[in-house]
Design a protein around this ligand. Structure first.
Ligand code: DX5
Ligand code: ZN
Length: 227
């Protein structure tokens, strides 16, 4: 199983409900919601009210990516707003392992999916100790903060070791890639072992989202993990 996750950061915000319906009809099962606070990253995007407003309009899995400082202060709010999965950034904990463990456990206790993200400059080894505590890791393939950037090729090198570590530990781990994923780049992430593919501009900035989603799926199927 693999999943395409359109990022609403690239949607037409003036008609967000219709935009979400459009991608739901294009055959995806995730909706990636980027939360940026202007502090952890330079950009500001959405707050919890966007999640709660969209919740009754969509059956998609709401994949909430928190690019915020002190994420522990906002977990409950986003779960109550309707998040199905919450991903926090490893870097947001500044090495406070206790706090990180606490946050991962508390998300899981609330029966919400748990994700742990790493930015391009963070090594994959940093998150190896936490793999059994999460449902998903997110390998950022661009610097977090803005949509529409080009994928940084070296970030893909982190995916296969994470997939191998998960396999050897018998973990059913999802590996998400986020940033610069499109019809030309998705195969690299797929061959490396990713199975959740965020795509913002590629899906929302086209007149033919159905065709793009279909091509993205075909490319993934054509390039399975090769070990
Ligand atoms: C970047 C965000 C991404 C972004 C992806 O900080 O986390 O989810 O929206 O956008 P594209 O697919 O346009 O690179
Ligand atoms: Zn994201």
């Amino acid at each position: 199983m693999f999943y395409i996750a359109p990022s609403i950061l690239a949607a037409d915000i003036s008609r967000l409900g219709e935009e979400v319906a459009k991608v739901e009809n294009a055959g995806v099962s995730y909706l990636h919601i980027d939360i940026m606070d202007g502090n952890f990253v330079p950009n500001i995007s959405f707050g919890p009210s966007v999640v709660s407003t969209l919740r009754p309009l969509s059956k998609l899995l709401f994949d909430v990516h928190l690019m915020i400082t002190s994420p522990w202060k906002h977990i409950d709010t986003f779960i109550n707003a309707g998040a199905d999965s919450i991903t926090v950034h490893y870097e947001a904990f500044n090495g406070d392992e206790e706090m990180l463990l606490d946050v991962l456990r508390s998300i899981r206790e609330r029966k919400c999916g748990v994700g742990l993200a790493i930015s391009p400059k963070t090594s994959y080894e940093c998150i190896l100790p936490y793999l059994s505590l999460v449902d998903m890791v997110l390998v950022m393939t661009v610097e977090p903060g803005f949509g529409g950037q080009s994928l940084i090729p070296a970030t893909i090198d982190k995916v296969a070791p994470l997939r191998r570590a998960a396999l050897s530990a018998g973990l059913n781990l999802r590996i998400e890639v986020d940033g610069g994923i499109n019809e030309d780049t998705i195969w690299r992430a797929s061959a490396a072992g990713a199975d959740v593919f965020v795509a913002g501009s590629a899906i929302f900035r086209t007149q033919r989202p159905k065709a793009v989603v279909s091509t993205l799926k075909t490319k993934v199927k054509e390039h399975p993990f090769i070990g």
